[in-house]
Design a protein around this ligand. Structure first.
Ligand code: SF4
Ligand code: SF4
Ligand code: SF4
Ligand code: FES
Length: 941
């Protein structure tokens, strides 16, 4: 449990290294130059009354409540906007300032509804607090004059209300939206008495607002209040935990009243988010208590039978018995499992251990296979470690930011806010993406280059940038000589100089003008600090791993590795993608990316686990599906994944699932995959879990139980019980004990423990005796592998080409309000922003096919077809269409193919040749008879 209120020092900390000594109310205090008098007072343990100031925002100086007297200065300056000076003597509590503050407060209160006792913010209102602090006893002006007491309330946002009658026009909300979120949705309109907050002249829901909640958090009064607080009351206690949505890994205080969760407040000291959040983490947690959740285990002999609710013992015994029967009949390798990037490190570790030790094979894979497996492979080959190089804070030092195949404002919103802050401060931006993502042009931000390449030509474009750098003598030869393998560099230089890698040659098929590629390359090489951020638009290609290596080559050639402001930074999709990879979920690797064939490593595991482990890699997910279809693979355990919706070429996936003799699904909901299951084991939501998640910057964050487990146990205990029933006893007393085992077996985690995390908040691996508090930035003096290894990255066009029959290229992605297959966000009020998946199509392509905006269309590829509504958009160029995959009824992955990355089998979601045609029949059963209701399976109780 943590303190409910975090201290507020009034103004942001100064980063100056120069120190200044001042005296405040007789207390000597030394602070960095540039610190405000208000903050210096706070550091001295004194508190100056304030309303418009808060330490997450730059000082504004509008309320005048923070007046002080300073020796040798006339008047009463505002302490929030006055920086300290050496020798300054400050008085914060003189009769003069106290009288002035009471007068100011009187004016505020005379125009404020005095309904404190029934106000939702009663006890959590800074205006109320400050009235007490300044000793306000009477309001001389009366309430009869002109006022705002009848101003309306805007309830349009599903999560918060804006009660204008309570607004004191302090502008904290406006500044939060500008400075923290970077959306600039709010303004103060009018002057003086007429001043009021406006969401662009409309209500919040119809405005540019993205519902991040920063304004709600910044508001000192009840003007902007969470609906949940209005309904349930002010929280009384809090638990510190981590968001379970994306790979940013934001820390939150889950605030409760009794045992009821009232709101999620982003934690100021959260290393990844520093007090900010997005709509998903702050508001979209209601799915955890949604009635669709299944709380009891269920079994059935055939998928055509109704489910039978059974006890945990019966379910485990049933699953274990059938797994053993199948192995006895079809061999030890006929079964396997998939771990989930939504689960904690401890849960993932337990499942992969169960598979290796109790199933007795290495048939374990993770959903990271279908998103960031090329990141692991590509960065390991070039730098020696399978993870991003920087912490998020590093972006504040970047001079050039290159965003490739990522859409941070939708998919990694809190990091996008950090990035936008740096861009507004002057960093240069290059976007490489087939779509015009928001970052290309947004308030005060404009990309210098948007290289709008044809899907599938990433490698060619990045090679052409590298060609320019070599061709024009822009290589950082000192870095290359000192830090990289010389022979590999020479080989690469010879390769990249070849004419086929020139921008001029690349222009022919990528669609990006050579001059733009050359200019972008020059900007990147000039830096001085250039950073690459990338997403699934890089990895989910047949050349995903090649592309990761091509970017790493570019960074090495220009010396953009090993310090703040540079690096190669994967923006990870799910909350624990990094962790699930770290935890030994790949069929060829134990924890910490050590190969199963490494005898020394394997013996360590064998000795601690007391069993013999296989030395050959097991099956990857696509191999498991192929083997199922061909009859060699018979049983699968799926932890918290919906492969029947998320994996490519759904028809093939369904054929595989149907072929299984036993499918065990552990999840919150009866998802699409569960329709093919024989055993359903309930899972826990993040609000019940005890463990850790590892985010995109390798940061290990604690996940603490906010509420009691609704299934009566922790999820890792289920894996232990199943393992024990299979004859390999597995037992832990706590998640902390599992982490101790991970630390004992994994050099990069050897310093990690729950005790350390509870003490310091979070650490970024490697965390070991050499780096006891973790490693924010990697490869500082040398690469983990020693010398940086340039790799040859020839561009090989994908086999997926547009043809006469399928002339358009489909690329897929996600939207801010929804998450992955939507199982969580579709069960929250976030559906208000995105009710269905739609197909973005350029006007010229739509016109050619007689397609009107909003009309139903059939989207067909060589493997399948589906129906959805068209949205005519200039975000996609002619020849390219785009959709999301959040709704099972759309089943976008019915059309994606099983082409995949040559090195890792990561599917090529981002390029599918398709045709789009008018569909007069609407949605119907266009997608293999799918329904939109996951909980529609019959259950007999
Ligand atoms: S919720 Fe976020 S985006 Fe919307 S107005 Fe408030 S700060 Fe701006
Ligand atoms: S809504 Fe709140 S934060 Fe915004 S100006 Fe009014 S009182 Fe200040
Ligand atoms: S940015 Fe990601 S981790 Fe942070 S609150 Fe939003 S969804 Fe959660
Ligand atoms: S707090 Fe300083 S002027 Fe408002």
């Amino acid at each position: 449990m943590t303190l409910l209120k975090e201290p507020d020092h009034g103004t942001p900390a100064s980063s100056s290294v120069q120190m200044v000594c001042v005296e405040v109310d007789g207390v000597a205090v030394t602070v960095p130059a540039g610190t405000s008098v208000m903050r210096a007072a706070a550091e001295a343990g004194l508190s100056v009354p304030k309303l418009c100031a808060t330490d997450s925002l730059q000082a504004f100086g509008s309320c005048r409540l923070c007046l002080v007297e300073i020796d040798g200065r006339k008047g009463t300056p505002a302490s929030c906007t006055t920086p300290v000076e050496p020798g300054m003597v400050v008085h914060t509590q003189t009769p003069r300032v106290e009288r002035l503050r009471r007068n100011i407060m009187e004016l505020y209160i005379s125009d404020h509804p005095l309904d404190c006792l029934t106000c939702p913010a009663n006890g959590d209102c800074e205006l109320q607090d400050m009235a007490g602090v300044v000793g306000l006893r009477e309001v001389r002006y009366g309430f009869a004059g002109e006022n705002h007491l009848d101003a309306p309330t805007d309830s349009s946002n599903p999560y918060f209300d804006f009660d204008e009658s309570k607004c004191i026009a302090c502008s904290r909300c406006v500044r939060a939206c500008d400075e923290i979120q970077g959306t600039l949705a709010l303004t103060i309109v009018g002057r003086g008495f007429e001043s009021k907050v406006s969401a662009g002249g409309t209500n919040f829901m119809d405005s540019e607002c993205v519902s991040c909640g920063a304004c709600v958090q910044a508001c000192p009064t009840a003007t902007l209040s969470e609906k949940s607080v209005i309904e349930l009351g002010i929280p009384t206690r809090s638990v510190l935990t981590t968001c379970a949505y994306c790979g940013v890994g934001c820390s939150f205080k889950a605030e409760l009243r009794g045992d009821e969760l009232v709101r999620m407040v982003p934690h100021k000291d959260g290393g990844a988010n520093e007090g900010h959040s997005c709509v998903k983490g702050r508001f979209a947690w209601g799915y955890a208590t949604h009635p669709d959740r299944v709380m009891a285990p269920m079994v059935r002999d055939a998928i055509t039978d109704p489910w039978r609710e059974v006890s945990w013992e019966q379910a485990i015994d049933y699953a274990a018995q059938r797994l053993r029967e199948i192995q006895n009949t079809h061999g030890v390798d006929s079964i396997g499992g998939i771990t989930s990037s939504r689960c904690t490190n401890e849960e993932v570790f337990a499942v992969q251990k169960m598979i290796r030790a109790a199933f007795g094979n290495n048939n374990v894979d993770t959903c990271a296979r279908v998103c960031h497996s090329p990141t692991g492979y590509g960065l390991k080959q070039t730098f020696g470690t399978s993870a991003g190089t920087q912490d998020f804070k590093s972006v504040a030092h970047a001079d050039v930011i290159v965003v490739i195949g990522a859409n941070p404002t939708d998919a990694h919103p809190v990091f996008a806010s950090r990035m936008k802050k740096r861009l507004r401060a002057g960093a240069r931006l290059i976007v490489i993406d087939p779509r015009r993502i928001d970052l290309v042009r947004s308030p005060h931000i404009e990309a210098e280059h948007h290289l709008q390449l044809l899907p599938g030509t990433n490698v060619a474009v990045v090679n052409a940038m590298a060609h320019t750098i070599v061709d024009e003598g822009l290589v950082d030869t000192a870095f290359v000589t000192e830090r990289c393998d010389p022979a590999l560099y020479r080989e690469w230089e010879e390769f990249i100089r070849r004419p086929e890698n020139s921008p001029e040659a690349t222009e022919q098929f990528s669609g990006v003008p050579a001059a733009e590629i050359r200019s972008a390359a020059r900007i990147y090489a000039a830096g001085p600090n250039s950073a690459i951020y990338y997403g699934l638009g890089v990895t989910e290609h047949s050349q995903g791993s090649t592309m990761v290596m091509a970017m790493a080559n570019l960074a090495m050639a220009t010396g953009n590795i090993g310090r703040e402001g540079v690096g190669i930074n994967p923006l990870r999709g799910q909350n624990n993608v990094q962790g699930s990879c770290d935890m030994g979920s790949f069929p060829h690797e134990f924890t910490g990316y050590r190969h199963v064939s490494d005898t020394v490593v394997r013996e360590q595991f064998e000795s601690l686990w007391g069993t013999v482990l296989q030395s050959d890699p097991g099956l990857r997910i696509p191999n498991m599906f192929d083997a199922a279809v061909s009859g060699e693979f018979k049983a699968l355990f799926v932890q918290g994944e919906d492969v029947a919706q998320s994996d490519p070429n759904i028809h093939h996936v369904l054929a595989a699932l149907e072929s299984l003799e036993l499918l065990i699904v552990q999840d919150l909901f009866l998802n699409e995959t569960a329709k093919y299951a024989h055993v359903f084991l309930p899972g826990t939501s993040f609000l019940e879990k005890d463990g850790t998640f590892t985010n995109a910057e390798r940061r290990i964050n604690r996940v603490r139980p906010v509420m009691k487990s609704k299934i009566g146990m922790q999820e890792w205990q289920v894996a232990c019980d199943l393992s024990t029933a299979l004859g390999y006893p597995m037992h832990y007393d706590s998640a902390a004990e599992i982490m101790d085992e991970i630390a004992a077996l994994t050099p990069t985690f050897s310093g990690v423990s729950f005790a350390l995390l509870d003490q310091v908040g979070s650490v970024q691996w490697p965390c070991n005796p050499e780096h006891p508090l973790g490693t924010p930035i990697m490869h500082i003096d040398r690469f983990v592998r020693g010398d940086g290894a340039f790799q040859l990255t020839p561009y090989v066009p994908t086999d997926e080409r547009s043809t006469r029959r399928f002339p358009l290229l489909l690329t897929t992605g996600r939207i801010l309000s929804q998450y992955n297959v939507g199982a969580q966000t579709r069960r929250t009020a976030n559906v208000a922003w995105h009710e269905e998946d739609v197909l973005d199509i350029h006007e010229s392509d739509a016109e050619l096919r007689g397609i009107a905006d909003g009309s139903w269309v059939t989207l067909a590829s060589r493997v399948g077809e589906t129906a959805l509504r068209a949205h005519i958009s200039d975000r996609v160029p002619p020849g390219v269409v785009y959709t999301t995959f959040h709704y099972p009824v759309t089943g976008a992955n019915v059309v994606t193919t099983d082409l995949s990355d040559w090195a890792t089998n990561c599917p090529e979601y981002k390029v599918t040749a398709v045709e789009v045609s008018p569909n007069l029949h609407g949605p119907a059963e266009s997608v293999s008879g799918r329904s939109d209701t996951e909980a529609d399976a019959t259950v007999s109780r």
